[in-house]
Design a binder for this molecule. Structure first.
Ligand code: GLC
Length: 713
């Protein structure tokens, strides 16, 4: 539709119809018997405002999948809509739609922007084939507490990496870098703005309280970087921030998101978050909730109906809100127009089957699963020879397809390649048996098999939304299983599945080889088999530290310095009953074969605001494997105006190295990225020494003097 025609349509809208466009409901509110194609991802809400007359004015529907059902709902609305404004369909496809990719926390361990972008693009293509237009993804909430179940949806504990992964995913979803929506793209929804990943005690939905220095210096950075990809939506979060529920906070949603970060598109609340302002105790009733959310600039109210109940009176009383609502409705109409919905509001049901779960999607899913796995331990056991004849697979994940992770959207467990199936595909001549319980597998088989592969971890539905845990130790019966196997042989392999880091201190010494696969998705078993048997080489590195015990949380690589850093001195900052530091820190990950790191060279020993420096070094793949090497550059600022972290990641590169190949890696560093947010909320850097580290956080590879200008101090 031409813009002028769209404007004419807009001019015809009543305020009631405009408020309808700001309402989002579930598919079962518009049609009956929608069944499994309607995902309910939140608690029941008061739907009083969704009266018979308003029902067919709503602007969007969430949680519906399948082209057939989407067309059915679209038709029902258009048949009952005065102006025939089509629906937008939105869904949570955060690591795939039907073909499921590794959970976002796993994808981040690939340190591979292009892979994450491709995961977004593949997901978008399947979504559009089913008629879904908007993806409630990526979630770039910074996370430091694995007790929070939603760490599975995040990109880890580093603010810059989280931002870059979020930005890549948005570009993949939208299939553009300028905020437009590509032919097979979907509008992305950056979430959850803001600070939702830091709930008190790691308990979902709990309050968030931190200094603005911490917020703008760390927790806001992933959103700020992701916004560079111009997502068409941002979702306001459930949590309160420094005493203000975000979904009713003018500071957070207008001053920060709109003014400071320049977000110009559509702001949608999280599920029921507008009505839940009452639970936070900052409003007395639905009318005040609607007022607070509207004044904070929330455009679309997800599921609750306070806007429909009270919006007209509130908006009629406020010319400022009238303009804000007009702007929001116009943006929504423009997006629908950009997607071509006025010309064709329906999706081609025949095409869906060609796209969904295609060979292309499954091939990518296996690549992503391979690149997201992290090898945490390997006492010269992996890779295992493909000559093995007798194989036994043990544990609760030995044969299950439940390796998709939470938020599995339309993923089907029955379509997942299990670990045992993956091994059988690569070892057609081997005799492979699987036992979920070690009690069912005789000692003799454990003793005599060529390969004993033990699957461990936590079930997929123990992480994700509303699944916070007060204890993240590996469950006792799995620890017992490991000890019983260890008592019989020393050369078994553990493959782990989980949506979060687990605390492994009590059992790690019994495990000779540990491949951490997170939840790898549809092609899980195929990827595991390739990695275990050496057809693929593990290259992932952790983006979230593994605490030794639950009680050690929070533990992160970029903790602030303190006056008595941990040491063997009594009076130093450590626990007396466990070793200091993470069991496996951010940036940790093993591989097959060695890569030799040459001496780093630096282009100058002075860096100024005008003149950056270059740090280069040679990598030599000393192995017979073709592989990828993740090279992470960190900085240390030993003397600064505010206390800074002991180390901070600056940049990372992923280098493909053929067997025996040598390559140079070059980092270009500018003073701007060395700065930190001080307590006056300024980005600053004092003149002085800056040290650089590469992968190894103990031994600096270079040192420069920062001067604010050439010849300066
Ligand atoms: C949920 C989640 C949010 C999701 C939304 C719609 O409660 O918090 O991440 O996008 O509701 O399902």
């Amino acid at each position: 539709m031409k813009t002028e025609e769209l404007r004419l349509l807009f001019e015809q809208m009543t305020l009631e119809e405009k408020i309808g466009q700001l309402a989002q409901t579930t598919g079962n509110c518009l049609v009956d018997d929608i069944g499994a194609e309607n995902a309910v991802t939140g608690p029941d809400m008061d739907l009083e405002g969704l009266t018979e007359s308003r029902r067919y004015m709503v602007g969007s529907v969430l949680g519906v999948s399948s082209a057939k059902e989407i067309n059915r709902i679209q038709k029902k609305l258009l048949d009952n809509s005065r102006l025939g404004i089509p629906l937008l369909f939105m869904h949570d496809c955060i690591h795939g739609y039907r073909t499921i990719y590794p959970i976002p926390l796993a994808l981040s361990c690939s340190f591979d922007r292009e892979l994450v972008k491709a995961a977004g693009a593949h997901t978008a293509e399947e979504m559009r084939a089913s008629g879904i237009h908007v993806d409630f993804s990526p979630m770039t909430d910074l996370v430091r507490d694995p007790r929070w179940g939603r760490v599975m949806e995040a990109f880890g504990e580093d603010h810059k990496l989280s931002g870059e992964m979020g930005k890549a995913m948005i570009e993949g979803y939208q299939q553009s870098e300028d905020g437009s929506i590509g032919k097979n793209g979907v509008a992305a929804c950056l979430k959850h703005f803001a600070g939702y990943g830091a709930p008190e005690g790691g308990k979902d939905y709990a309050s968030v309280d931190m200094s603005l220095k911490e917020f703008f210096g760390y927790y806001a950075v992933p959103y700020e970087i992701s916004l560079q990809a111009k997502p068409r939506f941002v979702m306001s979060s459930f949590n309160s921030f420094n005493g203000e529920p975000v979904t009713g906070s003018r500071f957070m949603l207008k001053d920060v998101l709109r003014e400071r970060f320049g977000f110009e598109h559509i702001l949608i609340s999280d599920w029921g978050a507008v009505e839940e302002l009452k639970n936070h105790g900052v409003v007395a009733d639905d009318r005040e909730a609607a007022m607070a959310a509207l004044e904070a600039g929330v455009d679309i109210e997800m599921v609750s109906t306070t806007y429909m109940k009270h919006g007209e009176q509130i908006i009629n009383d406020s010319p400022e809100l009238q303009k804000q609502v007009d702007d929001a409705v116009w943006k929504i109409l423009c997006l629908k127009n950009e997607l071509g919905l006025f010309e064709n509001p329906y999706v081609d049901e025949a095409k869906e089957a060609e796209v969904i779960m295609s060979e292309k999607m499954r091939t990518f899913a296996k690549e992503a699963a391979v690149k997201s796995a992290v090898l945490l331990k390997n006492d010269n056991i992996l890779p295992v020879s493909k000559e093995v004849k007798e194989v036994v697979v043990l544990g609760k994940f030995a044969t299950t397809g439940e390796l998709l992770g939470n938020w599995l959207c339309k993923g089907e467990f029955s379509e997942t390649v299990s670990v045992t199936e993956g091994l059988k595909q690569l070892l057609p001549n081997a005799h492979i048996e699987a036992y979920e319980r070690i009690e069912d597998c005789g000692r003799e088989k454990i003793e005599s098999s060529d390969l004993v592969l033990v699957t461990i971890g936590e079930e997929w539905n123990l992480s994700g939304e509303a699944h916070s845990s007060a204890n993240i130790e590996l469950e006792a019966e799995q620890q017992e299983m490991i000890r019983r196997i260890r008592a019989v042989r020393k050369d078994f392999v553990c493959v782990a599945f989980a949506g979060r880091p687990l605390a492994l201190e009590s059992v790690i010494d019994e495990i000779p080889a540990l491949l951490w696969c997170w939840f790898p998705g549809t092609m899980a078993g195929a990827a595991v088999a390739e990695l275990v048997l050496g057809d693929a080489v593990p290259c992932g590195k952790l983006t979230m530290s593994f605490p030794r015990t639950t009680a050690q949380i929070p533990v992160r690589y970029n903790q602030y310095r303190c006056g008595r850093p941990a040491s063997d001195q009594l009076y130093s900052s450590k626990y007396q009953d466990i070793e200091d530091g993470a069991l496996f820190p951010f940036g940790y990950g093993l591989s097959y074969g060695d890569v030799a790191y040459g001496q780093a060279e630096i282009s100058s020993d002075v860096i100024t605001d005008e003149n950056g420096i270059e740090i280069s070094l040679k990598l030599t793949n000393e192995s017979s494997y073709d592989k990828e090497e993740i090279v992470i550059l960190y900085m240390e600022d030993p003397v600064s105006g505010n206390v800074r972290p002991v180390r901070e990641m600056l940049q990372y590169k992923k280098v493909a190295l053929k067997a025996s190949e040598q390559k140079e890696v070059l980092f270009k560093v500018y003073a701007e990225e060395l700065k930190y947010m001080n307590s006056a909320l300024q980005k600053v850097l004092e003149p002085g020494t800056i040290r650089f580290y590469i992968n190894d956080l103990e031994t600096p590879v270079a040192e420069v003097i920062y001067k604010n200008r050439v010849g300066g101090k």
